[in-house]
Design a protein around this ligand. Sequence first.
Ligand code: DX5
Ligand code: ZN
Length: 215
Amino acid sequence: MARVSASILACDHTRIGEQVLEAERAGADIIHIDIMDGVYVENVSFGPQLVSDLKKITKLPLSVHFELVRPEIFLPMFARTGADIVTFQLDACPNPIHMLREVRKAGLKAGVGIGPAYDVENIKYLLHHIDGLILMSVEPGYGGQPFENSIYDKLRRAREIMKEAGRRVPISIDGGVTAVTGRGLVEAGADVLIAGSSVFQAESITKAVEMLKAL
Ligand code: DX5
Ligand code: ZN
């Protein structure tokens, strides 16, 4: 069984609070909030106020996923929001170890995200600086994109690297996660399934969360 992180990008943005609470009642473990700058990706999403406002209504940990360039500029804005973990994309940051230290110094857990076209071997050099790893199975930017099957091998390799290094941090998979793809991901060792469209575009958010939790 993996934890389920509900990615609010796929919510009805006029009803985010309501839909987050439904996911929470259904058993979601984490709320995932993508922050996009229109530069790293061709989309713009949420700002710090949404994170602070969600903190007031949900007890779930808030996982902020930076899909933006210059993450160091955005960190102070989000450090005050009540976010629990900040993850930035490895290829968006030339000095990731420095950035990871800054995130921890700000009192947050620190994570790195790896896009589907990037090598997972790099995590070898980061394991002692991270509290979480997001492996992306779609290109950052949008929900509802096709799922990259290469993620299964990557996930197994990430597990191996952690074993060799004697340091295990939770691995989350982000993008195209459904009840179908999720089963293989859990088998391959995913700790967290991040799901947007398959939860918030479903006929029933409650049933969709329950289905992922049951994998
Ligand atoms: C994509 C985001 C994801 C997104 C996933 O850039 O990082 O969190 O919400 O969406 P689905 O689950 O629809 O692929
Ligand atoms: Zn994300």
